[in-house]
Design a binder for this molecule. Structure first.
Ligand SMILES: [Zn+2]
Length: 304
């Protein structure tokens, strides 16, 4: 074998392209919750390999921190967090991952709430006696599809920080996603127009962004305070109020106390509807749009 041929073989073996080209080029991005994973995939497209720490069936408020979560972050190029303290537990996971590229302040740390105007920001002092109150405002903004343009803009900037050579591709992917979102938003507004002004009670205060967007009125919550189970006096007052105001639906999420919600609904003459508080299955833009579509359909049915 000529020395040149030998040299070429050695170079080929040493080159990182010894892996498959896609695997070598893909950015590894982890989101804390599946909604943000889907929106990251919508922006990242083929250039990104995305994963999420919480599954869609887990209450994102209090995720159990396991070593397997830290392993997921160890080789991540970027981390997308919800922020507003929904996923403050991710700080511990980041520390345990020993990955300096995704610590708060690093280029690979993407806080998706940065472009959001939070609702329900408490005005007075917040302490533990008030329950799991979020001092920075209600963190459940990903449930309003009309905020997806702002969220994906923040994710796009973050990914472009980590991989500036792909900025144009990320922009194009985002434009494609927004091109699908826009007609869907128009369809959802139309579907919910007949129930504008209808009243609902929620188990946990998850839905105010979506409700405000589509004109649904929230009369109360089954939880007496966020994350704290209700006492009998609170429930009696709530049921009374639901009857007086003609509340149509009690909105629950997969981890709510279903028996309690069913009892409240029955006594107040309302129906129970379970919505996808977090993306339960699938990935990418398709899953995000399908999950929102299902929520809108279930809500418009329940509020009739
Ligand atoms: Zn919450």
């Amino acid at each position: 074998m000529s020395s040149i041929a030998t040299l070429l073989i050695v170079l080929l073996l040493l080159a990182p392209s010894g892996q498959s080209p896609e695997a070598a080029a893909k950015l590894r991005v982890v989101a804390t919750i599946p909604d943000l994973r889907a929106l990251t995939e919508a922006v990242g497209g083929d250039l990104v390999e995305a994963d999420s720490l919480a599954r869609g069936t887990q209450n994102p408020h209090d995720l159990e921190i396991r070593p397997s979560l830290m392993v997921k972050l160890r080789r991540a190029d970027a981390l997308v967090v919800n922020g507003l303290e929904l996923d403050a537990w991710s700080d511990v996971v980041v520390q345990g991952s020993n990955n300096g590229r995704i610590i708060p302040g690093a280029a690979g740390y993407i806080d998706a709430s940065r472009g959001i105007q939070p609702l329900d920001v408490p005005t007075g002092r917040v302490d533990r006696s008030m329950g799991d109150v979020h001092p920075l405002g209600n963190p459940h903004y990903t449930l309003d599809p009309a905020l997806a343009p702002a969220i994906t803009a923040t994710i796009m900037e973050g990914l472009a920080r980590v991989a500036p050579e792909h900025r144009r591709a990320f922009e194009r992917n985002r434009e494609t996603f927004l091109g699908r979102l826009e007609p869907a938003l128009a369809r959802w507004s139309e579907a919910l127009a007949p129930v504008r002004g209808a009243k609902a009670v929620v188990y946990h205060n998850d839905w105010i962004y979506l409700f405000r967007r589509f004109g649904v009125i929230q009369v109360g919550t089954i939880e007496e305070r966020p994350g704290i189970p209700p006492g009998p006096a609170h429930l009696a007052r709530l049921i009374q109020r639901m009857k007086e105001e003609g509340v149509k639906a009690v909105v629950i999420e997969p981890w709510s106390d279903r028996e309690l919600a069913a009892r409240v609904a029955r006594e107040a003459g309302a129906r129970v509807v379970m919505l996808n508080a977090k993306l339960a299955q699938g990935a990418g833009a398709d899953a995000y749009l399908a999950s929102t579509e299902a929520n809108v359909a279930a809500l418009s049915q329940a509020l009739r």
